[in-house]
Design a binder for this molecule. Sequence first.
Ligand SMILES: NC(=O)c1ccc[n+]([C@@H]2O[C@H](COP(=O)([O-])OP(=O)(O)OC[C@H]3O[C@@H](n4cnc5c(N)ncnc54)[C@H](O)[C@@H]3O)[C@@H](O)[C@H]2O)c1
Length: 326
Amino acid sequence: MKIVEYSWMKRTILLTGAAGFIGSHTALALVKEGDTVIGIDNLNDYYNPQWKKDNLKKLSTYQNFKFFESDICNFSQMEKIIKNSKFDAIIHLAARAGVRPSIEQPLLYQEVNVGGTLNLLELARQYNVKSFVFASSSSVYGNQEKIPFSETDPVNRPISPYAATKRAGELLCHTYSHLHHINCICLRFFTVYGPGGRPDMAPYLFTEAILKSKSINKFGDGSSERDYTYIDDIVAGVVAASHLKRPFEIINLGNNQPISLNDFIKLLEKITAKKMKIKQLPMQAGDVKRTYADISKAQKLLGYEPKTTFEEGLSKLVAWYSAERL
Ligand SMILES: NC(=O)c1ccc[n+]([C@@H]2O[C@H](COP(=O)([O-])OP(=O)(O)OC[C@H]3O[C@@H](n4cnc5c(N)ncnc54)[C@H](O)[C@@H]3O)[C@@H](O)[C@H]2O)c1
């Protein structure tokens, strides 16, 4: 395994989406390393904004964390923040996330995920920020048959507006890297879960349902598979990527161990010693059949090594949900 050594120098980082799931965990890891983090989030109501504020409250105990409630779509608002500090890197995680809602609101997804990303790249150019990490998604692979998904696979067939906006973000990163010599690292996250996880995603929804004895909507016959990746592993990959000095890379961050929906439900029943109530529904439009990450590039370039098995991670999610949300 390649050992990745970080520079000893403390950095100043602009982190978008800082109040969200992955953003708040990433912010915590960075401030603990001693970096100064300027967090941005518009605290929108895609899910309960109070949970985002709770994430920020935990971060507010660190003097090297500062927060601005602002919208990445508002260029002049973002410019005021960026021009007032000398940033070593931008870690851009803010987005409209979620596949199914993107079918209902494609214009909003385009505005935030494409327009907002372009605003940040353009400001990085204008204010000489030389490192840019972009949160992309496994959804760009669409319904490709070949497994595992590798960064060199063609990704010209997205099947949701969300996936298309994430691919557009990658292409804009490449353009800015090529034209303006900004180091751009695009990370394709594979279904991230864990404590504080997004409440619209299956790990959270299923945990909530089984603990509250409610039924879940099960889409399809249960053979669909996801490469669930634990939050701490993703954060380690994001932090490592923010140190990587390369002009342009696309890197998968997954777990390399897909789990079928049926096995997921069985495991949750085992962990909670409860039976899941199931409402059977057909596969949803926009949902891919399977995700499965080839992580050899992340291993080589980032020293990335996912440490958390799905059973361990799901147990931690169940424990967290029981303590914080039940
Ligand atoms: N969670 C996953 O499994 C997963 C998988 C693939 C990619 N991603 C990507 O990772 C990133 C983080 O995802 P997450 O799961 O933490 O989602 P999240 O919704 O918890 O976090 C995103 C944050 O961005 C903020 N935001 C949205 N629009 C904004 C705007 N216009 N201006 C400022 N802030 C705005 C939201 O308020 C939210 O706090 C996203 O880019 C998402 O697309 C996530």
